[in-house]
Design a binder for this molecule. Structure first.
Ligand SMILES: [Ca+2]
Ligand SMILES: [Ca+2]
Ligand SMILES: [Ca+2]
Length: 408
């Protein structure tokens, strides 16, 4: 067994200026064997050949990167190329100073691919320093089979406790964010988006859980996720996912959606709380000319405080929610949009407590008595539920992220 091999950096970062693969998983068991400890003296890696474009391909795998400290972006890694981080642990890195995004990683405009990696306990502390864990501006960020936990921003105006992802432009295609089979857990932001803040881009959250994240700044919105764009071609998709136990001091305990067109299909949104309205989902500024709306199908949005589905619009006064049916919905000023769904008011949706029930993430399967059983739909023709079990069992699809089957 290989273990405990640690390289402590004496002073300053390692700068990579060419295509390179570094593999610290010496015995190929998928578990990192080499630790690079920046010893709180600087950043661990800067990836940039100075060409001004993201033209290098770099892969870091099997590494622990810890105790990185940067005054400026990226506590452990500043990436200006195309980077894959595979089977790594990015633990307890931080940025200090203002305008210093990405407690663990700052990336863009190149692409960042994160697989099988734990990003835990990283932070930013300066003003306007977004992304306690990861910041992506202008690139494509994908996070698969990973854990993003206990990261935080604490400086004024710093958004996205776990992940901050900015496509970089309201007008062009911009970058994107994809989160697959990943746990976004217990992150916090002073600003908008305790777990995730995604702006000016398309995004997908699939087979993932966003739980126990919060905004800590007074009146800041989006405990689990905050999304905004004014470009109707930039769309959000949340499918087969669980949004549970998040808290916003402002609006949108689970999700806060501003202008964006967002589809929420086959998902479970429970036990989130907001200081303002929209404990589950707050949909803001629906504009029919613009195409913004919050489209919900086959989902459970219930047992959130003070309510589940709320809209607010300064300009049009119209309900921004559209139901595609098969939902289980509790309370809120937007329930008129859900006439085709099960309206349970303040009743309990009767789900198991959040825990591991198979698959890679935490879920809440319906109890046998749940009103979610067999009332859902499957508009995307999904073959799997969030945990990878069959999506439709029995008479029909269950509402929510998990299908109850005869093994439950
Ligand atoms: Ca190993
Ligand atoms: Ca370059
Ligand atoms: Ca069923």
């Amino acid at each position: 067994m290989l273990s405990g091999q640690t390289l402590v950096l004496g002073a300053g970062q390692i700068t990579i200026t060419k295509n390179l693969m570094i593999d610290g998983d010496l015995d190929n068991d998928g578990v990192a064997d080499i630790t690079i400890d920046a010893n709180a003296l600087g950043r661990v890696f800067e990836l940039d050949d100075g060409s001004g474009t993201p033209d290098l391909e770099i892969r870091l795998s099997g590494l622990w990167l810890t105790n990185g400290v940067a005054t400026g972006p990226g506590g452990a890694v500043l990436n200006r190329e195309n980077l894959s981080i595979v089977d790594c642990n990015l633990i307890a890195n931080q940025t200090m100073g203002d305008d210093s995004p990405g407690g663990a990683v700052s990336s863009g405009p190149g692409n960042l691919t994160i697989i099988g990696t734990n990003v835990i306990g990283n932070s930013t502390s300066g003003r306007s320093s977004d992304g306690g864990g990861i910041s992506n501006v202008g690139g494509n960020l994908s996070v698969t089979s990973s854990v993003i936990a206990q990261n935080e921003t604490t400086g004024f105006g710093s958004s996205g406790g776990g992940i901050y992802s900015d496509g970089g432009s309201f007008t062009s295609g911009g970058g994107s964010l994809t989160v697959l089979r990943t746990d976004i857990d217990d992150n916090s932001a002073v600003g908008r988006g305790g777990g995730i803040n995604v702006r000016r881009s398309s995004y997908t959250i699939d087979q993932s859980t966003i739980r126990y994240n919060e905004t800590t700044g007074s009146s800041f919105d989006g405990g689990g996720l905050y999304s905004v764009t004014s470009n109707p071609s930039q769309r959000g998709t949340i499918v087969n996912s669980t949004i549970h136990g998040n808290r916003a001091q402002g609006y949108g305990g689970g999700l806060y959606i501003l202008f964006n067109r967002v589809q929420i299909f086959n998902s479970t949104i429970t036990s989130n709380t907001a200081g303002g309205s929209g404990g589950g989902i707050h949909s803001d500024e629906f504009d029919p000319d613009f195409g913004s709306r919050t489209v919900v199908a086959s989902s459970i949005v219930a047992s959130n405080q003070p309510s589940d589905v709320d809209f607010e619009t300064f300009f049009t006064g119209l309900n921004g929610f559209t139901s595609r049916g098969g939902n289980v919905i509790g309370l809120g000023n937007a329930t008129d949009a859900f006439a085709d769904s099960e309206l349970i008011g303040g009743a309990d949706p009767e789900l198991e407590p959040l825990d591991r029930y198979g698959g890679e993430t935490y879920t809440r399967p319906p109890l046998a008595s749940s009103p979610a059983i067999d009332v859902g739909k499957n508009p995307d023709r999904l073959s799997e539920d969030q945990r990878g079990e069959v999506r439709t069992f029995g008479d029909a699809t269950d509402a929510g992220a998990v299908e109850r089957n005869d093994m439950d």
